[in-house]
Design a protein around this ligand. Structure first.
Ligand SMILES: Cc1cc2nc3c(=O)[nH]c(=O)nc-3n(C[C@H](O)[C@H](O)[C@H](O)COP(=O)(O)OP(=O)(O)OC[C@H]3O[C@@H](n4cnc5c(N)ncnc54)[C@H](O)[C@@H]3O)c2cc1C
Length: 488
């Protein structure tokens, strides 16, 4: 037997042993292939590229269960993955194949607001729509993401969250503290006061440091907003792009207003690109102030209304999920706050991917996010080096969807070529890309450039914090998925 085959046998014996150990002590929390709960957890995530089929799935009900599982993994040297909301569209970021075990945070859904309503303590399985709905009851909310049933903890570890309210309160500052289990099994609290180095590294540091079991979030006093899920139709690229640029340059004058632009192409429905987006205004009254460039007469809305609602209602009514089994990726891109830059990115993207029209189930969104200086005023000295030099800017997220694994290679190749062209053109024009990388929204192929983009000094510190809290490299070697600080 060759060495590789021998290692496979040894590791598969270890993973079986690990699953059996979990199942014998926690039978009601350990799930095997063939059970309905196993299928639910394995296929929980947003994209079917992540349905990797672990040997078993463990769903802890509290920190002690996490400690027990971690000890089991360490003793047997079993690889594992940690999944919260499953919204990061990188295949092995939060799941693992038969060589390992997935820890699914599905059961950790507690939410408890403080007596003064200034903080809310949540379990690591909570996703944004239920959290927003819970906070609605108290007339407050959290500075979280926009749409989508993504996980709260995953968004914090991914460097966010970033959503509508970041235009007033800044991004990446939702968490006041995180409770987590370190590699040696110790349960610690990381905050500005306790283990501040760990807290600093966790926001934007992904799954490199510990397993988060709880988070205390700051609430913000917003009880309702005017929110629009709207479209401006097709053929309006010039004004739309101009409005995005203007919002990036001047939006900070109206911090209660925000906008996310989503241009969409669904070739099976229409050859045209539609110009869609979300509008938000958390000030008083029925007329949004600061969104004039996105409403008539400058850019008349052709579908959808702006109505006063709560983010809890809005995010729970919003059906963002693609058809079951859809394949998806994100790709992250940035440029100066400049209409020429946005035009280059937009035109080059859609021209380069036009040949994918015949891919079954293909559709794509090219989001444009105007970034004001308030958004990038994240906590001072944050690990991502996000600060005033990063704005005004435009951030873009490509999010193609398609149906069949056989088309993966083609979709990824065409996107790689498109992005090479976009970057070359932006660089030649001196308009981008900018240094900031947002771990939450990257493509797998962008992992190597993500932590280095945080800056050499911060990366050194992130590595030192990792060495300190996980000297045996448990979260590097036993958790193979996701961006790895030690390998950056
Ligand atoms: C439809 C959609 C809309 C989105 N909209 C926004 C938006 O408006 N704003 C924004 O900022 N982001 C947005 N995102 C991105 C999303 O917030 C990030 O990808 C985020 O990381 C997802 O978190 P999750 O918990 O759902 O992910 P998961 O896929 O479960 O996990 C992401 C990573 O975090 C790690 N992790 C998860 N839980 C733990 C834990 N308890 N301990 C240690 N490591 C853990 C995982 O191992 C994995 O590497 C959106 C994503 C989707 C799919």
């Amino acid at each position: 037997m060759g060495l590789a085959a021998l290692l496979t046998v040894v590791s598969s014996a270890a993973v079986d042993d690990g699953c059996n150990a979990l199942a014998s002590s926690h039978p009601d929390k350990t799930f095997f292939p063939g059970s309905e709960r196993y299928r639910f957890e394995n296929e929980y995530s947003w994209t079917s590229t992540t349905y990797l089929g672990p040997s078993c799935i463990f769903a802890p009900q509290g920190a002690e269960d996490v400690q027990f599982a971690l000890q089991t993994f360490r003793e047997r040297q079993v690889q594992f993955a940690i999944r919260c909301g499953g919204a990061m569209p990188i295949d092995n970021a939060a799941n693992i194949g038969p060589e390992g075990i997935m820890m699914a945070m599905t059961n950790l859904t507690s939410m408890a607001i403080s007596d003064d309503t200034e903080t809310v303590t949540i379990g690591a399985g909570v996703t944004w729509p239920p959290l927003y709905a819970y906070l609605d009851e108290f007339g407050v909310t959290a500075n979280g993401i926009r749409s989508g049933n993504g996980g709260v903890v995953g968004a914090i570890l991914g460097g966010g969250p970033f959503g509508f309210m970041a235009y007033e309160y800044g991004m990446s500052n939702a968490a006041r503290s995180l409770e987590c289990v370190l590699a040696d099994g110790t349960l610690v609290t990381a905050s500005a006061k306790e283990h501040p180095d760990l807290f600093w590294a966790l926001v934007g540091g992904g799954n490199n440091y510990c397993i988060v079991t709880k988070a205390v979030l700051n609430t913000i006093p917003i009880s309702s907003a005017l929110i629009g899920t709207v479209s401006w139709g097709s053929g309006v690229s010039e004004q739309y792009i101009k409005s995005v640029e203007q919002f990036a340059l001047h939006g900070a004058e109206h911090p209660k207003a925000s906008f996310e632009g989503q241009t969409r192409w669904v070739p099976s429905r229409s050859p045209d690109i539609s110009f869609d987006g979300y509008l938000w205004y958390s000030g008083e009254g029925d007329v949004p102030v600061g969104l004039e460039n996105f409403t008539a007469p400058i850019l008349p809305i052709t579908r959808g209304n702006i109505t006063r609602t709560t983010i809890g209602q809005w995010s729970n009514e919003f059906n963002y999920a693609p058809p079951f089994g859809t394949r998806a990726i994100f790709h992250w891109l940035t440029s100066d706050a400049n209409a020429t830059a946005a035009r280059i990115a937009f035109d080059t993207y859609y021209e380069s991917i036009a040949s994918l029209a015949d891919v079954q189930g293909f559709s794509t969104a090219f989001s444009m996010l105007p970034i004001t200086p308030i958004v990038t005023a994240a906590p001072r000295g944050n690990a991502m080096s996000l600060g005033k030099d990063d704005s005004p800017a435009i951030w873009y997220v490509e999010s193609p969807l398609w149906s069949n694994p056989e088309d993966d290679e083609r979709v990824l190749r065409i996107h790689a070529e498109a992005n090479e062209k976009i970057r070359a053109k932006l660089s030649a024009a001196g308009l981008g890309p900018l240094p900031f990388m947002y771990l939450s929204d990257i493509q797998k192929s962008q992992i190597p450039e993500t932590f280095p983009a945080y800056g050499a000094r911060n990366l050194r510190k992130m590595k030192a914090v990792r060495d300190k809290y996980d000297p045996d490299r448990v979260f590097t070697e036993l958790v193979p998925g996701g961006a790895k600080v030690a390998l950056a």
